[in-house]
Design a binder for this molecule. Structure first.
Ligand code: CA
Length: 236
């Protein structure tokens, strides 16, 4: 399996290349954003791209946007030394699938890579019993991936879809940020859960258009719960 590593720090390149080669991956390296972008566009054979944010010539955010503009859907794992919510959101909004904050352990990197490759191949997709999940007037068809609220279409990004599907599969249950992170982002070690709050807010904005009542309830100190307060009073 071929991976592209776009990273300018020789020490990081050497550690990652050695570790991933030992894990059985074939790693190609680009030392700056411009050459990395060229390699990504010229060789759509890569199964995954590891992309540093702080790069000479063209930064990681610009590289990521350019790759997505060319409609190349290769999973992108972003490496950032700047673990603030703004930077993480900027990375994900530019089209990255996941991010890792430096410094990280090699085994963390490998876990993220496996998770992204699994997600891409669809192996991690949950077993579907019924194609339509529902909460009040919110419907999600897991076959067509179409979401509607009170009959109006809701356009969701891939991450928003996974988040909404997870919430709908666990209605009226308090879900902690860490649980949501693990289930939706597929990560099984400690990391910043702020990204969950960010995506819950994205989803709320889309679900609550046209004055529809809130379905994603905040449970202070614990997490979130999908619940229709207008409908659920009488149901067990
Ligand atoms: Ca760098």
């Amino acid at each position: 399996m071929k991976l592209l590593l776009i990273e300018d720090e020789p020490a990081v390149v050497s550690v990652i290349t050695r570790g991933l080669t030992e894990a059985g991956y074939e790693v190609s390296v680009a030392p700056d954003g411009a050459s990395g972008l060229r390699m990504a566009l010229d060789n759509p054979i890569f199964s995954l791209i590891i992309l540093d944010v702080m790069l000479p010539a063209l930064n990681g955010i610009e590289v990521c946007k350019a790759i997505r503009r060319e409609e190349i859907a290769t999973p992108i794992l972003m490496l950032t030394a700047l673990g603030t919510t703004e930077n993480i959101v900027m990375g994900l909004d530019s089209g990255a699938d996941d991010y890792l904050v430096k410094p990280f352990k090699l085994q963390e990197l490998e876990a993220r890579i496996r998770s992204l490759l699994r997600r891409k191949s669809g192996v991690a997709a949950p077993v579907v019993n019924t194609p339509v999940l529902q909460m009040g007037n919110l419907m999600l068809n897991t076959d067509t991936k179409a979401a509607t609220r009170a009959g109006s279409d809701i356009q969701l990004t891939a991450t928003e879809y996974r988040l909404l599907e997870y919430l709908l599969r666990n209605p009226r249950k308090v879900l902690s940020r860490m649980e949501i992170l693990e289930q939706v982002w597929g990560i099984d070690f400690n990391m910043n859960t702020k990204v969950v709050d960010v995506y819950i807010n994205y989803l709320r904005k889309k679900l609550n258009k046209n004055g529809q009542p809130e379905l994603i309830q905040t449970v202070t100190g614990l997490g979130y719960m999908l619940k229709d307060n207008n409908l659920d009073e009488d149901t067990p």
